[in-house]
Design a protein around this ligand. Sequence first.
Ligand SMILES: *[C@@H]1O[C@H](CO)[C@@H](O)[C@H](O)[C@H]1NC(C)=O
Ligand SMILES: *[C@@H]1O[C@H](CO)[C@@H](O)[C@H](O)[C@H]1NC(C)=O
Length: 318
Amino acid sequence: MRLQKICLALVGFQLAICRNFYDQNGDITELSPKTFDKVVHRTNYTTLVEFYAPWCGYCQQLTGIMKKAAKNLDGIVQVASVNCDEAKNKRLCAQHRVEGFPTLMVFRPPKFDLNKGPEERLLLGNHASEVYKGERKLKPLVDFCVSRVKNYVTRLQKIEKLVQLLSQSNNSRLKAVLFSRKDKISPLYKSLALDWLGVIDFHVLLNSKLQASEDQLSGLSEETRDFLLDFQKTQAASETSKLVVFDTASNKHLVYDGTSFDKQSIWSFLSQWVEPREGISTKRQEYLDSLKTRSKSRNKKINKKKMTQEEKFAHDEL
Ligand SMILES: *[C@@H]1O[C@H](CO)[C@@H](O)[C@H](O)[C@H]1NC(C)=O
Ligand SMILES: *[C@@H]1O[C@H](CO)[C@@H](O)[C@H](O)[C@H]1NC(C)=O
């Protein structure tokens, strides 16, 4: 009865829309037993799931924060929800030992080891789940989710490591190296490593460690060595970060010259080499989009425009 009142107040006669909180939201996926595993477990992404009941007051209060968190985490952590009041979802909520509403749970993927064979990889289990017990406020929630993103970016501690990496005896995968002004690896960069996992390896080297003599670079091909000798002149003391992709098999490299470090721009740059496994333009993304209604994708565009800098703090530059 109470639910009906809220719904009537919100959308007049369109009761159906009120079945779930986020049916109209382009950033949050309402899950069911049919979609839960595929969305939450069959990915290298971390997922925040809110288990809720529409009649619960705390859940209603949380919707604003959930929507902002989802915008903030877009492309970095998946955000989904389960309406535990729906008959078809009751078992799913029980399986996850949901006892109170809202329950915020973060699902963290197992570490994927590229050096293991396909069979061993298949033995990797489901994601580990963890109940979020922190404050139900935007920043702590987003920070917690971001801290649960698997990191596949390797820090190169010194120039010798870069030389080792770019020598032809190293593996044949493409290598992205961020020559960085800061030590912290941004969530956005980690998410790129997730999208191209197994296809492009991602690394970071501090600008200040780029200085090298010709001797130190002698293990490299002529092209790569000449490039680095020239590049370090400006980059070693630079206050900005630069992303470079190296193809050690053909001694090619390409510097990202874009000024914008948003995911779409970097996707355009990296996908010239090879398509990602997850994220923009993949089959999986199509599937995720298909779980959202048409009105949802329209909403998403509108949402994007309205996103303020303050709301985007998880999208720190690289
Ligand atoms: C994680 O990424 C690897 C490499 O792309 C892939 O083989 C694996 O299936 C992914 N894991 C899941 C659960 O999708
Ligand atoms: C490839 O480069 C990485 C990073 O420097 C290094 O740890 C690894 O030992 C190298 N592998 C080979 C086969 O040279």
